[in-house]
Design a protein around this ligand. Sequence first.
Ligand SMILES: NC(=O)c1ccc[n+]([C@@H]2O[C@H](COP(=O)([O-])OP(=O)(O)OC[C@H]3O[C@@H](n4cnc5c(N)ncnc54)[C@H](O)[C@@H]3O)[C@@H](O)[C@H]2O)c1
Length: 266
Amino acid sequence: MEGLLQGKVALITGAGSGVGRAACLLFSEHGAKVAAADINGADAEETAAMVRAAGGACIAIPCDVTDPAAVDAAVGAAAEAFGCLDIMYNNAGITISPVAGKGLRSLVECDPGEMKRVEDVNINGVVYGCQAAIRQFGKQGTGGAIVSTASVAGLMGYGGVLYGATKGAVVQLTRALAIEAADMGIRVNAVCPAGMLTHYAGMDPDSAHRERILEGMGKAHPLGKAIDPRDTAAAALFLCSDLASNITGVNLPVDGGLSAGRKTGG
Ligand SMILES: NC(=O)c1ccc[n+]([C@@H]2O[C@H](COP(=O)([O-])OP(=O)(O)OC[C@H]3O[C@@H](n4cnc5c(N)ncnc54)[C@H](O)[C@@H]3O)[C@@H](O)[C@H]2O)c1
């Protein structure tokens, strides 16, 4: 069976870890040639080596998504290496650092400098990725698919006020850009995961307590299972694939039913 992204070229940001790494591996498994971009070049290189070891084609690109010139250059490098760009996956994202031993930092406890950085990565990083991809699709005279990692925190109060505001911005950008870019044959969607055990927020996916942490995370969801980075990558894969050729402007929750509501009674 042909993969869902056979022959496509995808650029994935935040590719050195978590969801981005999972997406590089999954997109490649489905036939895509992948450019793995990350602010941490060594981590991106490690992802690229993993993809190549599994038989795929992947290059690593060091790139800070808050630098529009670097994002443009990353898109150019991906297109040059593989002939074109079909898919832009804006996945890089960060959150406000938690308070040690307490967890989420309340809005009034947030440092303005850190807030600006989170806004820059989570909002402008996605905006620059969309701009660069649209310019490239225009140059090619093709359409394309854009997907971003928003969060369930962009759909409901969850996971910190400032972080949620940045992800809400991505949710709204996805809808508005889908309308604007539809005439160009460009589809724009986002995935909205609930909590995953990745390096995000200073968590340790290799923690000795991994199973207990995952069990606790799962209890928060109607389906009872923690979200795996591969679950999010799979939703992104679908949205980028031709199976979703008539889907645009969608913010797809990957949250085990969390945002659907809550049980009544009992
Ligand atoms: N883990 C969660 O609980 C969770 C929940 C909902 C949404 N998300 C979102 O999922 C996405 C992926 O996060 P993750 O959980 O895989 O976290 P992660 O920390 O494991 O991976 C994020 C990657 O992004 C890279 N990165 C950070 N700043 C960057 C920048 N300026 N330019 C380029 N790369 C940068 C990091 O180096 C890292 O490799 C993020 O957008 C995050 O907000 C995560």
